[in-house]
Design a protein around this ligand. Structure first.
Ligand code: DC
Length: 259
């Protein structure tokens, strides 16, 4: 079970697969269609570095659910656009590119494959993050990635992390969290993450980037970063991931009972 969550997504998936109709099959009941609304979704939205990825992966692993890192999709698109020389403000070309990418999340590794190439490291660069924030502001791009994201709602459940999971992508999710943390805390976490990967990190530059990206993500006209009205607001400043996981688990029990 944890495997399904550990791979981040659980199954190799192409954009076409993501566009298939929104119906699910109940696990263990072949042929019995399960309405999408019966497949539990926990949405965790918040800015970069709030801890939503760590917390979301742990929740998914604990329940044996799928995990969607929606930011990775924007990063993949941005990275490919940079690689192929597609201008970051050409909305139509970017939406077309989104439709052609063959994205795979192998269940036996942390690799993220685009047309067979592992881009898991490349898409975590500051350049890819910066470009992702730009392409994510374009409505055509968001629309092009919508069905792909919704396709991750598969039995037995999904934890989806991003900026608009609770507001736009899964508005009917029974459990919604908005996880925030101070910009300084988030910059420190980002530095630590980069250093652990052997990538040099400059705290001041990262803090400035975080502030600039927050500004863009929170103030864009389409799907801005903001809590859904029915989201539980949590703040991870000064908290270890265990405390946030416990708070999300408590909310899951409150909304879904024992799952
Ligand atoms: O979470 P992240 O840093 O990997 O996200 C990369 C960029 O993608 C970030 O600038 C915000 C954007 N994004 C978005 O607009 N909507 C999402 N659901 C996820 C990410």
């Amino acid at each position: 079970m944890p495997d399904r969550a550990r791979d981040g997504h659980g199954f190799a998936r192409s954009p076409d697969e993501g566009r298939r109709p929104q119906s699910g099959k109940a696990a263990g009941y072949p042929g019995v269609a399960l309405p999408m609304s019966d497949i539990p979704v926990v949405t965790i939205d918040g800015p970069s570095g709030s801890g939503k990825g760590t917390v979301g992966r742990r929740i998914a692993a604990a329940h044996g659910w799928h995990f969607l890192d929606s930011g990775a999709l924007y990063r993949i698109l941005a990275h490919e656009a940079l690689r192929q020389g597609v201008p970051l403000d050409d909305a139509d070309a970017l939406a077309r590119l989104a439709g052609t990418l063959r994205i795979g999340f192998p269940s036996d590794s942390d690799a993220i494959l685009v047309d067979g190439r592992d881009v898991s490291r490349d898409i975590r660069s500051e350049a890819a993050g910066e470009a992702a924030s730009k392409v994510a502001a374009l409505p055509e791009v968001r629309e092009a990635l919508l069905a792909l994201q919704r396709g991750f709602r598969q039995p037995p459940g999904l934890v989806a992390d991003g900026r608009d999971m609770g507001t736009v992508v899964f508005p009917d999710a029974p459990v919604k969290v908005f996880l925030d943390a101070s910009a300084e805390t988030r910059a420190e976490r980002r530095c630590k993450q980069l250093e652990e990967k052997g990538i040099p990190a400059d705290y001041d530059a990262i803090l400035a980037d975080i502030r600039q990206r927050d500004e863009r993500d929170r103030n864009r006209p389409v799907a801005p970063l903001r809590p859904a009205p029915d989201a539980r607001a949590l703040d991870s400043t000064g908290q270890d991931p265990e405390a946030t996981v416990a708070a999300v688990e408590a909310l899951i029990r409150e909304r879904l009972g024992d799952v």
